[in-house]
Design a binder for this molecule. Structure first.
Ligand code: A2P
Length: 334
């Protein structure tokens, strides 16, 4: 139980869902405080039956706060969250800034809850495309030790913030009308297109989004030997990231074994009947906290390979839900 919980970035795409989850899941806290930029200060939001006035995020605003759940741009997290730690609060951060810092725990509660419980400073929530993949990898890694993963993502425009979805809708309308549209969240038209770049060029021809999938996966699973080859692509779908994943394990895993392992993992739902055209898609996975897996099949080119399709709501398990689950874990203390 925490006395005072502050949600930083309460007005954002993920922050709004965090508020909704705190209320729906009856998060145990006496007081909630909502923080955002000076642009939003003074506006009011509803949470747990109370009207709460949004306060401006400052270095001094964390006095008396026990737990911070933050979802802001990286530079805001970099600047302000150390002040929250100094003020004695537990801090859960959804931004990308702190994740690979060696003093920061990077947590998916179903995988490494002890990292959150033992953390001294900031606890980071992983990148959305990493979270759903590592949750799928965990039972296979435990059963057969994953040596290598080849993953291609099909990522929704909501991952680029509220402006991403505005660009999808307005850009599509303009394209159908034969009109011009100036994209703000994307470097190329997203309407009727697929863009094989998310983030900046990081290293060796891989983007920052792709390298997050490499480094964060190893940190969360606690295994620096896992090889990951990612390709991240933005597609014209408003919500839910889809991933085509091929894992190679030291010990071969059969399709039936994999189905049973996935089905027994909390947070994973198997939807897999090709003959009935039944598999996860963004349209049947949105607004859910689950990671959905289907199209489970052997790699035809390698007896140690297993291929599957994985879809999850990037704003929920990929962001808000994972952060709130970490908060619930801290509140329980076990
Ligand atoms: P605000 O709405 O006042 O700009 P999004 O998911 O839409 O990108 O939202 C990011 C969240 O981070 C919003 O709540 C936004 O608040 C907040 N934010 C962005 N920049 C700052 C800042 N410099 N200081 C405090 N909060 C910020």
């Amino acid at each position: 139980m925490f006395d005072t919980v502050a949600v930083v970035g309460a007005t954002g795409a993920v922050g709004t869902i965090i508020l909704d989850l705190l209320e729906k899941r009856n998060f145990p806290a006496k007081n909630f405080r909502l923080l955002a930029s000076a642009r939003s200060a003074g506006k009011q939001l509803q949470l747990a039956g109370k009207t709460i006035t949004i306060e401006e995020l400052t270095h001094d605003c964390f006095e008396g706060v026990d737990l911070v759940i933050a979802s802001t741009p990286d530079d805001t997290a970099a600047e302000y969250l150390p002040s929250a730690v100094k003020a004695g609060a537990k801090v859960i951060d959804e931004s990308g800034y702190w994740r690979m810092n060696p003093d920061v725990a990077l947590v998916v509660p179903e995988i490494n809850p002890e990292a959150a419980l033992n953390a001294q400073g900031i606890i980071a929530s992983p990148n959305c495309s990493t979270t759903q993949m590592v949750l799928a990898m965990k039972p296979l890694h435990d059963a057969g030790k994953i040596r290598r993963v080849i993953v291609s993502t099909y990522q929704a425009t909501s991952g680029a913030g509220l402006q991403g979805n505005i660009d999808l809708q307005e850009g599509t309308r303009a394209a159908l009308d034969g009109a011009d549209y100036e994209y703000k969240a994307f470097a190329h038209p997203i309407a009727f297109n697929a863009i094989p770049q998310i983030g900046s060029h990081k290293e060796q021809g891989y983007t920052s989004e792709e390298m997050k999938m490499v480094y964060e996966t190893r940190k969360i699973l606690g295994d620096e030997t896992i090889m990951v080859c990612p390709t991240c692509v933005r597609i014209p779908v408003s919500n839910c990231h889809s991933e085509s994943i091929l894992v190679e394990t030291e010990k071969p895993i059969s399709v039936d074994e994999a189905k049973a392992l996935f089905a027994a993992t909390p947070g994973i739902t198997v939807v897999d009947d090709l003959d009935a055209s039944s598999y996860p898609m963004p349209s049947n996975s949105t607004s859910s906290d689950e990671v959905y897996i289907g199209r489970i099949r052997k790699d035809l080119s390698n007896p140690n390979g297993l291929a599957f399709w994985c879809v999850s709501d990037n704003l929920r398990k990929g962001a808000a839900t994972n952060a709130v689950q970490i908060a619930e874990l801290l509140a329980r203390g076990v």
